[in-house]
Design a protein. Structure first.
Length: 133
């Protein structure tokens, strides 16, 4: 039987990451969903190709799960440290400045480091700071 601290970690991980990602993905399946991912899923669902739907949903669900993992770290629900290849230990909750989840998508870590497919739903958005006076 694992220690109570391991059980606490497991409970927090499942509730804060897995359960939130599933609930979020369930929302994307709702008919009134208006997000880019919900529209994309609905289009694939209506096309009749289960393979196209699966190919679209898999990276979206994985990315959603990663987002909630990083959000749990950002919020302090999961206090995690990382040992870098140089041996330095970094407290992700403190050093991440509550921005880990924000650094994931868009032009962030996924587009920078992933070798697998993804859709950047914000690539066409103009940010407030992008506009010149």
């Amino acid at each position: 039987m694992p220690k109570p601290e391991i059980e606490e970690f497991a409970r927090t991980l499942i509730r804060e990451v897995r359960d939130r990602a599933i609930a979020d993905c369930d929302m994307l399946l709702r008919a009134e969903g208006n997000s880019p991912a919900a529209k994309r899923w609905r289009e694939k669902l209506n096309s009749g190709s289960t393979k196209d739907l699966a190919v679209t949903m898999i990276p979206d669900c994985v990315d959603d799960t990663l987002f909630y993992l990083l959000h749990a770290i950002d919020s302090g629900a999961l206090r995690i440290s990382f040992v870098a290849s140089n041996g330095n230990v970094v407290n992700l909750t403190e050093e991440g400045m509550a921005e880990l989840a924000g650094w994931l998508g868009g032009d962030g870590w996924i587009s920078k480091y992933s070798e697998q497919r993804f859709i950047n739903d914000v690539q066409d958005l103009k940010g407030f700071f992008d506009e010149k006076p």
